[in-house]
Design a protein around this ligand. Structure first.
Ligand SMILES: [Zn+2]
Length: 276
């Protein structure tokens, strides 16, 4: 009897599937604006859950899709990424994987893994990247052409710097930006429209940004996600990656009287967003 959620929650029925060469990503909206992801290797009835904000959403999706969660991976310790850990572990016996330095803050953790070395889960080879900034123990998951950056990188935005430094966050974002341009970004929140409004204020004459905004508005109007986006699109439109472009950076530095280097420009844009 696994249906422990019945009668407790209104289960959202909208879900989206994204097929990659060796696996499918199931995208589940949760809470107000979170996404939980299920990674299902092709031909398997088992899945990996990324950042279960709510157990009920995961169990309902797994029931409908005839899947069993075998593993949970938490990108970081915040409650809206880990709240489903205990209930899912109780119901399905799944193993919980978290970053070793954050082991004390990940509920019911089983496997304390290091970053920067390969990890094989359900036959899928993934890389875990150390991306401190939003939190100190934050990690990102790279699986073929899919990136799960948690709260480090968003559609047209990045996470707030709660525990790390600007330098750490800039270094983390730069690493993600260096992934192949066609990598799909499965971030943990649907913040894109609000982020694009901010982006438009500091990057007015960017035609790619304007086109993205138009498309994102149309998607949201239909109740569809703007996520996944791609590394290439983020490089061209995300205000926190734009300091990588020397033309943007020089113009911004001149206009706002900050030093013409990527970190200084990033720091100014992040601080501006925090005040917005
Ligand atoms: Zn967070």
């Amino acid at each position: 009897m696994r249906d422990f959620t019945e009668g407790e929650h209104t289960i959202p029925c909208m879900r989206w599937q994204h097929r990659h060469s060796a696996f499918t990503v199931h995208q589940l909206p949760a809470l107000r604006d979170n996404y939980i992801y299920l990674i299902q290797p092709h031909g398997r009835k088992l899945c990996i859950v990324i950042d279960p904000a709510e157990a009920a959403v995961v169990s309902a999706a797994c029931r409908d899709l005839d899947l069993t969660p075998a593993f949970i991976i938490n990108t970081h310790h915040h409650w809206d990424h880990t709240d489903g850990n205990r209930a899912l572990k109780r119901a399905f016996g799944c193993k919980i994987i978290g970053h070793a330095p954050d082991a004390e803050r990940i509920p019911a953790i089983d496997l304390r893994v290091p970053t920067e070395s390969p990890l094989s889960v359900l036959g899928l080879e993934m890389r875990l990247l150390d991306v401190p900034g939003h939190t100190l123990g934050h990690m990102a998951i790279v699986l073929d052409d899919a990136l799960f950056p948690g709260d480090t990188l968003f559609g047209a935005g990045c996470g707030r710097i709660f525990e790390g430094t600007y330098e750490q966050m800039w270094h983390s974002l730069s690493r993600l930006a260096a992934l192949p341009g066609d990598s799909k970004i499965y971030c943990a929140h649907e913040y894109t429209l609000a982020n694009l409004r901010f982006a438009a204020r500091i990057d007015r004459d960017n035609p790619v940004l304007n086109a993205r905004t138009k498309q994102a508005k149309a998607l949201r109007k239909e109740g569809r996600p703007t996520i996944p986006s791609t590394i290439q699109l983020e490089r061209e439109t995300n205000p926190f990656l734009r300091p990588l472009d020397p033309v943007f950076r020089q113009a911004y530095a001149r206009q706002h009287q900050v030093a013409d280097n990527p970190l200084a420009v990033f720091r100014d844009i992040r601080a501006r967003k925090d005040r917005a």
